[in-house]
Design a protein around this ligand. Sequence first.
Ligand code: ATP
Ligand code: MG
Length: 443
Amino acid sequence: MTLKNEPPTSEILPQIIPRAEHNISRDDISKNALKVLYRLHNAGYQAFLVGGCVRDELLELHPKDFDVATNAHPEEIKALFGNCRLIGRRFRLAHVRFGQEVIEVATFRASVGEEEDHADAVQDTHGRILRDNVYGTIEEDVWRRDFTCNALYYNIADFSVWDYVGGVEHIRQRRLVLIGDPERRLREDPVRMLRAVRFAAKLDFTVDPAVEQAMHDCVGRLASVPPARLFDEFLKMFQGGHAERTFELLWHYRLFDQLFPETARELDRSESFGRFVKSALVNTDRRVAEGKSVTPMFLLGVFFWEPVRIRASKMLDDEGGSETHALAVAAFDLSGAQQRILSIPKRFTGPMREMLALQPRFEVMRGRRGLGLLEHRRFRAAYDFLMLRAEAGDADEQTAKFWTDVQLQSAEEREKSFEISGPGRKSSKKRKPRRRRRPANQP
Ligand code: ATP
Ligand code: MG
């Protein structure tokens, strides 16, 4: 059957795939999501799973969360669930909490066309959606979704899948297709370009040529997206276990230079910086695959390393001073410039600056100053960063080995390694007690 990939002018019926013809089993659906679906259904509302979880189930992947769509309005949802909170400014959503798990329940919403004039739907002069709280039916809800693979609905009433846009077929073909006119959809919300890249990397899908063309024409529009939203998307893109592929695609579609212009400039210039960034991405993906924690400050530090170094060396040429200080100032300046595009919360920029500024201190392998670095609250992150630099040929391997070895040594062995002789701690002179530093809270 042919399906129109456009909002309907008259009524359009979904292709309904009965339970016997798809692989989604209730055994694979979160028990809590099922509870929510059944309670809505039993109260007489429509209740569907929608979005990424349906897509992932069809692909036999484990969804990371389960989203519910319904014709019940937020207040009606709240009345049904004691453990429910209404959240959101941009979208009004219900969060139903079961311990650690939150099931997001959204009321069907209508998409906002450029020529429409809803009091509750606001667009800027470039057609970007600012707010869209216009409730609708499932037939309307489907058209505001981004990709066809994300617009499938699993109906709890009979366990069928409803497909208005050919999403099931596109999933089979592993194609990422935007619903409606690609350029208009990207203008409405330029973050969809980053989502395209993220899904292509995660699902190993190809981006539809029409979407690629529209992306080519719309890259510059990312500049209109609020910097905080871009940071959220950065986390999703780089901490989902597919950072390396995501980076390649961002680079390919010239999106990376929109997000990190100074990093992109240095990547163009320096192959060794490229190798460094690549090993950091591979390393991040490995950590995610092993279930280890990843902190955004590490990868951001990697992206900033070369531009910070260049800024710092200019500063040293002009003003002199210590390298550590110059790096700290340069990192401060660069993160300041970066905030205008993609804003990084302070809790990450502070540690990142310290991690970068500590790098020259690894060259000090003698004396109490050298030894003292082991006690620094940012030692662990700075050391991991050094190891990555060494792996990429950016730091001396012997130096890296020295710092690996000393961590395993006893106090006496360390004094020897750092060539500390003389009175030191055994001095009879009374020393001022040192203030204890707060323990590091970074991994
Ligand atoms: P993930 O596996 O990352 O959770 P997802 O597809 O579930 O992927 P979410 O960001 O959780 O992505 O969004 C849930 C659903 O909401 C999407 O599948 C899509 O239908 C819709 N959606 C989310 N963001 C947008 C957007 N910017 N434009 C249009 N639709 C969107
Ligand atoms: Mg999701």
